[in-house]
Write a protein that binds this ligand. Structure first.
Ligand SMILES: *Cc1c(COP(=O)(O)O)cnc(C)c1O
Length: 476
């Protein structure tokens, strides 16, 4: 017997009690609560290194770094100690009353020093928030304020991309391109328009190379600018590699062409690096990886390795100077520059620098992950496997020769995700695209373990499909 029930006996009374209370009182983010109540939430109780444990004692390799954020891995005492020390000394003070705190000052200085200049212009300032969503809301206000101060108040339109994820507040969800989110609450708000994503496997023409496709996809931006009217466009916002959309890695030709286009029309470029910064793509910032020259860089998640909420916007001096000379910018959050969050971020950046995590991903573990991940294409279910630094995605297909997909209603990705959990590895499913974003502290041996678990989950998914007669005709 290898039914899941065999390996996972019915949950303990304590777990069941927590699951009942969870259903009774906790509204989860992005969750179908009826489906969750029927099943009961998995209760995660502790974590160490790259593993989490649930309340039934199962150890699970966290291939998603929590939610793209625990880059330094779990159980890092110095982050807890930084928070503890700061809480005892000064748990909170605001930055509104012409006051400041040392951790916020030091972190702003540190981040601006870490971010390489673009076109000879520095990132001189940081605006702090507590999340990526708030940071992107800040971007909308900041960009509009900038163009008002520049005497071009008609420049209000922000261009984004379908299937982008920029957060879940009203403005951030509008910037995002998730149809399911727009369908609830009359989004997007006015002044935000979208172009198609640079997803080769979705949009390629027959015989089109990735390089040719990358150029064509970038030119959708120019077409949209001309459609809106260049004098009305304020900014273009994009994730260097789309995360929540399914780890969409653009062809190498895409970003240079986008840069040429935003430069041509004088449009601000917002690089939403909430996932891609802090070593995820093998650099401190993802614009270094793609050679773009953003004016604003959104960050959150891994700036503290997820140990405490913090986000913000790195502001290039091109924009910062105008903003500062313009007088008061009537925007801010109670927790902008929260001293405890900033102290944890400083300790996290120290740790990442000491352990050379971005360099390790760039030169050692990233290339190794790419090699091991590519091997998965020998599996009968896997049509495509691609990585960029420490994010990776593979496409489950019905027919490897043609890359023909499974019918959507079979939800093969969700089946695979369930098998991953049962096997002991967290992988996320975006449709039939299976994705990972593992902790950057992984060793080569950890990567081997992860690949072995993924392979087992793929085998289990394949066995299900065969049993149900759902493999492609002629495939056995
Ligand atoms: C997660 C995410 C956000 C939103 O951050 P929150 O902290 O959840 O508000 C914004 N942009 C990107 C690219 C993200 O991945």
């Amino acid at each position: 017997m290898n039914a899941p029930a065999d390996r996972f006996p019915s949950p303990s009374a304590h777990t069941r009690a927590l699951q009942a209370l969870d259903s009774a009182h906790f509204l989860h983010p992005f969750t179908d609560h009826q489906a969750l109540a029927a099943k009961g939430a998995r209760v995660i109780t502790r974590a160490e290194g790259i593993y989490v444990w649930d309340s039934e004692g199962h150890r699970i390799l966290d291939g998603m770094s929590g939610l793209w954020c625990v880059n330094a891995g779990y159980g890092r005492r110095e982050l807890a100690e930084a928070a503890y020390r700061q809480m005892l000394e000064l748990p909170f003070y605001n930055a509104f009353f012409q006051t400041t705190t040392e951790p916020a000052v030091r972190l702003a200085q540190r981040l601006t020093a870490l971010a390489p200049p673009v076109n000879g212009r520095r990132f001189s300032h940081v605006f702090f928030t507590s999340s990526g969503s708030e940071a992107n809301d800040t971007n909308v206000r900041l960009v509009r304020r900038y163009w008002d101060l520049m005497g071009q108040p008609q420049r209000k339109v922000i261009i984004s991309r379908w299937n982008a994820y920029h957060g879940s507040t009203v403005a951030a969800a509008s910037l995002g391109g998730m149809a399911g989110m727009h369908a609830q609450g009359d989004l997007p708000i006015p002044g935000i328009v979208h172009i198609e994503q640079p997803y080769y496997w979705q949009h390629r023409r027959s015989d089109e190379t990735p390089a040719a496709f990358g150029l064509r996809a970038a030119r959708w931006l120019e077409e949209k600018i001309l459609e809106v009217g260049p004098e009305r466009v304020a900014a273009f916002i994009a994730e260097p590699v789309q995360g929540a959309g399914g780890v969409i890695i653009p062809p190498e030709t895409y970003w240079p062409e986008v840069q040429r286009i935003v430069d041509k029309y004088g449009i601000l470029l917002i690089s939403d690096e909430v996932i891609c910064a802090f070593g995820r793509l093998g650099h401190w910032f993802a614009y270094e990886r793609f050679g773009t020259q953003p004016d604003l860089v959104t960050f959150a998640k891994a700036v503290t390795s997820g140990y405490i909420p913090l986000g913000g916007v790195l502001v290039n001096e091109r924009v910062a100077r105008v903003l500062i000379e313009g007088g008061e910018f009537t925007h801010g959050y109670t927790y902008s520059g929260h001293p405890v969050a900033c102290a944890v971020a400083l300790a996290n950046l120290d740790l990442m620098a000491r352990e050379h995590l971005p360099e390790r991903v760039r030169h050692d573990t990233g290339p190794y992950l790419a090699q091991r991940f590519a091997e998965l294409t020998d599996h009968p279910l896997v049509g495509v496997a691609e990585t960029c630094g420490f994010v990776a995605g593979l496409i489950l297909v019905r027919d490897k020769a043609t890359l023909a997909p499974f019918p959507e209603e079979w939800a093969v990705g969700m089946t695979c995700r369930a098998h991953c959990f049962d096997t002991g590895v967290v992988m996320r499913a975006v449709g039939d695209r299976m994705i990972i974003a593992p902790p950057l502290v992984m060793t080569r041996a950890d990567i081997d373990d992860m690949i072995a678990l993924i392979r087992r989950a793929l085998d289990a998914t394949w066995a299900d499909l065969r049993q149900q007669g759902k493999t492609a005709p002629g495939v056995s």
